[in-house]
Ligand binder design. Structure first.
Ligand code: NAD
Length: 476
């Protein structure tokens, strides 16, 4: 069995207790990872606090070179990392639209390069006879990163790289369902970073909670479910930790009348089923105008019927399994409820394979509306409800009538009109004639129960810092 230790103060650490990592394509354990004790967490935080003292005072150029070197390490170990991701997470190496684990590794490496181009010079707020005021950005201290199981490597990079570039030290805890690629990443990064700048602990249950309330951690950046985000916020209250919370989404896509269905259907399918729908900003509710509803349903169903589902290690697999058994049960339960609610299954609804893997075929469900569980709740799996509407203001109200507000999309041949609709959507990002594309220079974050704060771009980098205002006398 594969086994990877965690890393504290630049050193590999093992513990006598381990937990198993299951390959979702087989339902069988194939690796183990060590369980960190509360003392291990304390040691990781202490190592980060010590490293912070010198790391935060290094010239930006030194930290820039370090994150560029981490990107190079990722690229040089691309196949190894992609293989770990496919075996622990399930997504294919290549996959549908080539958005599988090789893509994840490639983007992770490129994200380091892009972040290294960003600058945060002091802002001059005033400079005149009454004096000069500058706004500087200082690193926060120790950042605790808690990541989910859907894009384990990429989300780890989104947390780690801006934090250390801005001068912080980090303790990361990956999901216990997908710890391996992150353990390997931290091992590789420690080949170029000073000891203690980046530490990792792994374990099941309780470790994330302990981080949220830990007195030695100054900020938590968390990506995961809204429910866990609330628990972290409560745990962080006592120490007044800074928080960036990237939480759940139930993104609506609105197809306006007159859209070119054959052109947009493949993009809509890709935006909904990327990573088997297990993506925070996947399209999860598709609203289509009456006049084109049947055409859109037909186009999406025909794509869904053409894809292959199987083990992600096999060439030619478009979609792998759902990542874990309880997520599969959740998706299957939503599907059964949709059936009871009168949903019409145009494709899928069941496992296409008879083995122990957590497979579920890409599923398109017509005939449901708001108020049905499959529409109201985030499925986080390969199932998409297509909902009929006839009035533009009504569909906007329905799309906004959801506690989440991560992303949304408008699909139209009339871009100016799409922009008017986009401006009225209650979400952090809106795509026009696309869904889910991210860019390292474009801030990304949720509103409402999808969280607060942003990642990416200079705005995201600033969230890894605290402002300090400096008042200077007028120069004579
Ligand atoms: P999760 O909330 O169950 O777990 C995420 C992480 O939190 C894991 O590392 C887990 O061990 C840890 N954790 C669990 N309970 C904790 C607690 N009480 N205190 C501290 N840490 C705790 O989420 P998941 O099931 O891994 O991921 C799926 C969810 O993540 C979906 O809702 C999805 O929309 C969301 N997500 C959001 C974004 C975004 O950018 N907004 C991106 C990816 C995923």
């Amino acid at each position: 069995m594969t086994h990877l230790p965690f890393i504290i103060a630049g050193q590999p650490v093992d513990s006598k207790d381990t937990f198993e990592v299951v390959n979702p394509a087989t339902g069988q354990p194939f690796a183990t990872a060590p369980v960190a004790t509360p003392e291990d967490l304390d040691r990781a935080v202490a190592a980060a606090r010590t490293a912070f003292k010198s790391w935060s005072f290094l010239p930006v150029q030194t930290r820039r070179e370090a994150i560029l070197a981490i990107g190079n390490k990722i690229a040089a170990n691309g196949e190894l990392l992609a293989n770990l991701i496919t075996r622990e997470q399930g997504k294919p190496l290549g996959g549908f639209a080539r958005l599988g684990s090789r893509f994840e590794v490639d983007v992770a490496a490129k994200w380091c390069e892009a972040t290294a181009q960003m600058e945060m010079p002091p802002d001059v707020l005033m400079d005149g006879e009454q004096g000069r005021i500058e706004l500087h950005r200082k690193p926060i201290g120790v950042v605790g990163s808690i990541t989910p199981w859907n894009w384990p490597l990429m989300i780890a990079i989104w947390h780690i790289i801006p934090a250390i570039y801005a001068g912080n030290a980090v303790v990361i805890k990956p999901s216990s369902l997908t710890p391996l690629a992150t353990l390997k990443l931290v091992e590789l990064a420690n080949e170029v970073l000073p000891a203690g700048v980046l530490n990792i602990v792994s374990g099941e249950g309780g470790l994330g909670r302990a981080m949220a309330s830990h007195a030695g951690i100054d900020k938590i950046v968390f990506t995961g479910s809204t429910q866990t985000g609330k628990s972290i916020m409560a745990g962080a209250a006592e120490t007044l930790k800074r928080l960036t919370l990237e939480l759940g989404g139930n993104d609506a896509g609105i197809v306006l009348p007159g859209a070119n269905i054959s052109e947009i259907a493949p993009q809509i399918f890709g935006g909904a089923f990327i990573n088997n729908g297990q993506t925070c900003a996947a399209l999860k509710r598709l609203y289509v105008h009456d006049s084109q509803y049947d055409d859109m349903c037909g186009a999406l169903a025909s794509i869904a019927k053409s894809v292959t589902v199987g083990d992600g290690l096999d060439d030619g697999t478009d979609f792998g399994p759902v990542q874990n058994a309880s997520q599969l049960a959740f998706v299957a339960n939503l599907a059964q409820q949709a059936q009871r609610d009168g949903g019409q299954f145009l494709t899928g609804g069941t496992s296409p394979l008879q083995d122990n893997g957590y497979f579920f075929a890409p599923t398109i469900v017509a005939g449901l509306c708001d108020g049905h569980a499959l529409v109201d709740e985030e499925p986080f799996g390969p199932i998409l409800p297509v909902i009929r509407y006839s009035d533009e203001q009504d569909v906007l109200a329905r799309s906004n009538e959801n506690p989440n507000g991560l992303g949304g999309s408008v699909w139209s041949a009339d871009i100016e009109h799409a922009k008017v609709i986009a401006a009225q959507m209650e979400c952090g990002t809106v795509w026009i004639n696309g869904h889910g594309g991210l860019n390292p220079f474009a801030p990304f974050g949720g509103v409402k129960q999808s969280g607060f704060g942003v990642e990416f771009g200079v705005e995201g980098l600033k969230e890894c810092t605290l402002p300090q205002t400096i008042h200077l006398p007028a120069s004579t």
